[in-house]
Design a protein around this ligand. Structure first.
Ligand SMILES: NC(=O)c1ccc[n+]([C@@H]2O[C@H](COP(=O)([O-])OP(=O)(O)OC[C@H]3O[C@@H](n4cnc5c(N)ncnc54)[C@H](OP(=O)(O)O)[C@@H]3O)[C@@H](O)[C@H]2O)c1
Length: 314
């Protein structure tokens, strides 16, 4: 079986991996497409090695968090031949840059009927994380003033569309040349982070979602409403700032969506089928071109996800 392995902090192609065998409560899936996302770069650098080892997730293949594919051996509600998409367990789960993987059926759902494999692989992590961030952590509802910082990437394209479904008034911050793209997704105002300083915005926001991971609680407090919520996407970087929560009505909230959720993924698939949610694939690379896909991750101006075509659907 083919897959990507990490040797001396470099990704390498290996075509002699053992095909995983499902446990009684797992689905065996043939992976057709898988995305590349920022956590994969961290995993290549070994940033989470200790955590993966402690949680039993230090597998040979350690990159790839979301995928689309076909069930080879089903369990529960899934049967052979079903087209599914999913988000693996961040720590314990088998990762997706390999031809087959075993996964808990709670982490997958049937693909939207109107999506192809490339689109379905670009959907679960970004849309599910955005949904949880907005509804459960941010409690965004009709009329919420929302700011999405880093709005054109793998999460941002879904955050804007879901915020529109929820009835929020959304401002977006992104790189140059994204204005008409992001207003098309529901942003009322779009700022270019190369020209506009966050602190200079005259408006205040009820919720600020920082997908760029570049903002501190101290900085955003200036433009957060009196009882506003700041949601950084890498909460571990902000541990000390959590103590400021005791001293202020403005709150920093903890977000960690570390695996799929069948119910929420099924809702997301339904929104895609109803054309309420559009999927964005930035680019598609063959499995053999994985290095180019990872290089694309380092470039600015991506719209949505970078996808690897792992295998043919036959
Ligand atoms: N906590 C959780 O549960 C959870 C779950 C999933 C993901 N994450 C994390 O969420 C983060 C976002 O993921 P993603 O897939 O959306 O990443 P991404 O596709 O790389 O998007 C990041 C966006 O930030 C923009 N950006 C870069 N510098 C900026 C700046 N100074 N100001 C404003 N925007 C800036 C980028 O625009 P340009 O391309 O134009 O520079 C890009 O659109 C990652 O760190 C990921 O690890 C967290």
């Amino acid at each position: 079986m083919k897959g990507l392995v990490i040797e001396n902090k470099r990704l390498c192609f290996n075509d002699d991996l053992e095909r995983p065998k499902p446990k009684t409560n797992e689905v065996l899936v043939k992976v057709i497409c898988a995305s590349v996302n920022p956590t994969d770069i961290d995993n290549v650098a070994g940033k989470y090695d200790l955590w993966l080892k402690l949680s039993g997730g230090y597998h040979k293949v350690r990159t790839g968090l979301e995928f689309s594919g076909v069930v080879v051996q089903g369990v529960g509600r899934f049967e052979e031949g079903d087209k599914v998409f999913g988000y693996v367990d961040l720590m314990k789960g088998q990762k997706t840059h390999q031809e087959y993987l075993c996964i808990n059926p709670d982490c997958i759902a049937l693909m939207p009927k109107n999506s192809d494999f490339e689109q379905a692989a670009a959907l679960p992590l970004g849309s599910l994380t955005s949904l949880v961030a907005l509804t459960e952590v941010g409690e965004v509802k009709q009329g919420t003033e929302l700011l999405v910082n880093g709005a054109s990437g793998g999460l941002g394209v879904y955050s804007l569309q879901l915020a529109k479904i929820l009835g929020a008034h959304t401002a977006a911050i992104a790189g140059p040349g994204q204005e008409s793209f992001l207003t098309g997704l529901g942003a009322k105002t779009v700022y270019n982070y190369k020209e506009t300083k966050l602190e200079s915005l005259s408006q205040t926001f009820d919720v600020i979602l920082d997908l760029s991971n570049k903002r501190s609680f101290k900085e955003v407090k200036l433009i957060l409403s009196a009882h506003g919520r700041f949601i950084p996407l890498e909460p571990n970087k902000h541990i000390l700032s959590f103590f400021m929560n005791f001293l202020s009505s403005q709150k920093m909230k903890f977000l960690m969506v570390d695996k799929g959720n069948n119910e929420k993924l099924s809702q997301i698939a339904k929104w895609v089928e109803e054309s309420k949610l559009k999927v964005f694939v930035d680019s598609v690379f063959s499995f053999a071109d994985y290095e180019k896909a990872f290089l694309r991750m380092d470039e600015q101006g991506k719209r949505g996800r970078v996808v690897l075509k792992i295998a043919e659907d036959d």
